[in-house]
Design a protein around this ligand. Sequence first.
Ligand code: ATP
Length: 431
Amino acid sequence: MEKLVSLCKRKGFIFQSSGIYGGINGCWDFGPLGVELKKNLKDDWWYFFVQMRDNMFGLDASIITHPQVWVASGHVEAFHDLLVDCKSCKHRFRADQLEGDRCPDCGGELTEPRAFNSMLRTRLGVSDDTAVETYLRPETCQSIFVDFKDVCSSVRTKIPFGIAQIGKSFRNEVNPRNFIFRSREFEQMEIEFFCRESEEEQWFERWQQDIWQWYLDLGLDPAKLRWYEHPKESLAHYSKRTVDVEYDFPWGWGELQGLANRGTYDLTQHSTHSGKDLSYFDADTKEHFTPTVIEPSAGVDRTTLAVLCNAYFEEEVKGEQRVVMRLHPKLAPIKAAVLPLVKKDGLVEIAEDLEAKLRRKFKTYYDHTAAIGRRYRRQDEIGTPYCICVDYDTKENGTVTIRDRDSMEQVRVPMGEVAAWIQQRVTFERD
Ligand code: ATP
């Protein structure tokens, strides 16, 4: 982990937030490469779960909502963690994450657990007496339930269908840790899938399959993925069944995504609290009913971290050590680097011209500093799948070499075919 965190900082994937002020616990900034990686991941998710389906609709709701949303959802009442403090070193822990009854840092005695609401409060409004206290959302899904009627009537679809959203969520985590795995500000990719109760098991299974497939398609090692079924007695207040996808991180297994059967809990709660009917009307059977909800809820940051951990390799090539990020080409921040073999004899101009053309199609990088071997290594370290080298043969016959990051093999390709050659290998589109 230490090596990965250091590489992420050095190369511009992820920085500590507010670093020049000493940092702020539980918040992270995605740098020039991180933002590309995260965007590619979200685009792939959107493509696979939204665009490829005729019964899935997108939403981008506000982060701040009416405070009643969180009363209705049960978060004001029940979104609590149990905290304990160490009486000696004063460190604070989540009771459910402790093994044993002593402080894991100094072995000191712990206080009794106290409940602590993990929603972030904020005040909306300009003057102190009229400002309303509300919360930054701790999950994106509630606005999907709140907007259920608006989406239903605007898309004129039939059950079963889903509403998908990607966006920021906030939780006052007691112990933010493990890099971006547990932070206070993070992003979620959530789907609420509305179906009939009689079909809930069938849809639950279907979603399990699709979710699993998505992780495999990201290139995650299947040996490092597993399902965890929550025992009935530890289910969240809204859930009839929950299974998690876990990834084997360097510190152990951790949740990437939860799949929950939320039943009719949320729509019923919001109906009751808002006084608005949120039932679904089936025009064919002429019946009104509250749909059952199957919810896949994934974390962008945790998946990004799994992808980074999965990609990091150190190996020896011809007696030299190389660090290579074997990111799936569709996720790699930079798809191709254009490198003139040397900085003279007109190769720079050809390479610059080629890069300017490729840039229109996908994210590229141009570099003519240092020896070619060094430049290849730099790209390996940030996961660039293809390096295009403009050499003397390019001047002769208009071909370039394309070097594969993983096999380090090179092929010669006519310059005019390079864009298509690379594009077909880096796309997240499926046939
Ligand atoms: P945990 O038990 O690890 O706190 P959770 O079960 O509370 O997670 P959910 O409420 O199911 O998490 O949220 C759905 C997804 O959102 C999680 O699978 C995870 O990917 C992401 N997520 C939740 N909390 C955080 C966090 N503090 N930092 C980063 N991602 C998070």
